[in-house]
Design a protein around this ligand. Structure first.
Ligand code: PGA
Length: 249
């Protein structure tokens, strides 16, 4: 059975002190929640990863990084490597978030390298993809998503996919308050699962968790998450992450 996942992308928010307060609060909330098949993952900024990882060592919350460099080490000022993340027990990394693609010029080709490095280090990847508004309006959204998935991930082996989580995040819905309808999310998730099934054996497609991200709110989380091919959410609003957890009570 596929894992259900609630993941929080903190983006460039929260100082060290604020992180401690938020993690503490989340830990309290998670304690009261039945999470048999559900994983809770938080992705604070680099400076707060070690603290978050230590604080959550004995609880259901897992910690992920928001990005990582593809090289092993070297002259890449300002960057963070897989080894560095692993040395503080961070085993999961978000790659290909649309903000990284848009503001930092991350291409599908570059992301394929990052994915390879992460997997070679035994890490798990949350691979984000999604179309911009013009693509959706012009009916190009399936084509764009297909390219993001194929170029970023289709060189992997079936075995590699055990450490891949997908996250569909239509760019027009991120932080805009506008959400894809549950039907739009389901349609794209089913499309992506079918793509994976065609390239690999259907087991791979059946096992991969596909999260939805983009203005998930307590008001819409339940309906979106209940769709057949939606296995949880990648949520940017921190308050919303807290409230969404309540849905699992
Ligand atoms: P949002 O962000 O929930 O604020 O729309 C989602 C994301 O960027 O991962």
């Amino acid at each position: 059975m596929r894992n259900k996942i609630v993941a929080g992308n903190w983006k460039m928010n929260k100082t060290y002190k604020e992180t401690k307060v938020l993690v503490k609060d989340l830990m309290k909330q998670v304690k009261g929640v039945k999470l048999t098949d559900t994983r809770v993952i938080i992705a604070p900024p680099f400076t707060n990863l070690q603290k978050a990882s230590k604080m959550t060592k004995d609880c259901k919350i897992e910690v992920a990084a928001q990005n990582m460099h593809q090289a092993e080490s070297g002259a890449y000022t300002g960057e963070i490597s897989a080894d560095m993340l692993k040395s503080i027990h961070v085993e999961t990394v978000i790659l290909g978030h649309s903000e990284r693609r848009e503001y930092f010029g991350e291409t599908n080709e570059l992301l394929a390298k990052k994915v390879d490095t992460a997997l070679a280090h035994g890490m798990e990847v949350i691979y984000c993809f999604g179309e911009v508004l013009e693509d959706r309006k012009s009916g190009n959204h399936f084509k764009v998503v297909e390219e993001q998935i194929k170029k970023g991930l289709f060189h992997l082996t079936s075995d590699d996919w055990k450490n891949v989580i997908l996250a569909y995040e239509p760019v027009w819905a991120i932080g805009t308050g506008e959400t894809a309808s549950p039907e739009q999310a389901q349609e794209m998730h089913a499309f992506v699962r079918e793509l994976v099934a065609q390239r690999y054996i259907s087991d791979v497609a059946e096992q991969v968790s596909i999260l939805y991200g983009g203005s998930v709110k307590p008001g819409n989380a339940k309906e979106i998450f209940s769709k057949e091919d939606v296995d949880g959410g990648l949520i940017g609003g921190l308050m919303i992450l807290q409230r969404s957890l309540k849905r699992y009570k």
